[in-house]
Design a protein around this ligand. Sequence first.
Ligand code: NAP
Length: 240
Amino acid sequence: MNKFALITGASRGIGKAIAREFAAGNYNLYLTCKNNIAILNDYSKELENTYKISCRPFQCDQSSFDDVKTLFDNIRDLDVVVNNAGISKFGLLSDMTVDEWHEIMSSNLDSVFYTSKLAIPFLLKKHSGTIINISSVWGNVGASTEVAYSTSKGGINAFTKALAKELAPSGISVNAIACGVIDTDMNREHLTSEDLEVLREEIPADRLGTPEDVAKLALQLSQSPSYMTGQIINIDGGWI
Ligand code: NAP
């Protein structure tokens, strides 16, 4: 019997690569995105045909509890949750509007609470399963001009450690993957190719990370013993 994984924000970037890795690992998938549902529909069909799994795409704004509740009305079984959906915003904190602050917090942090809250009953029933939160090295050390983003990811790290303690007696693991610079739209939208080149020079591994690097780690984490829990695992090429 195939296991079931929910991966949020799977239409692009890291979430898309995680979806392929889990499909190749014989998981049936529930995938979400906020806007690009046509792309996600096509991608889901491709994964179903290539890997002979079931893959259901949903348009769901993970920052809306109503949307997440509707998503869970369609979920029948769950073994793995990857809370990946997120956004970033660059700029000085003093220039940030209150609405922008709340948008980052609700997209990056409230979303993780909503999805985890509704997923936990499925995992408790099985006395097994794993929650993987996609975080950032900025959640560990903070970044200038990304104060709100760093705060949201620091919140995810604390959420991960606390929930891991709450769920360990039930055999459920909760871990976070703290990414360095991964080559996706998120960075390409804000950074020039010169900026990315400067970043590459700072990274001991001498390259940006790929979504596939993160995806491989996510699948490995889902296969780790449940005793490994409450960890924030950096994947940054030795950068931070
Ligand atoms: P990306 O290329 O911009 O893709 C973001 C994905 O999240 C898209 O599928 C997008 O859907 C979805 N999404 C955004 N807000 C959503 C919402 N409210 N509800 C549902 N889906 C939503 O970003 P990425 O680089 O892959 O980032 C993925 C995760 O990794 C994020 O949590 C990010 O903070 C984290 N991360 C990334 C880096 C990096 O260097 N790239 C570093 C550290 C951490 P649509 O296509 O519909 O918009």
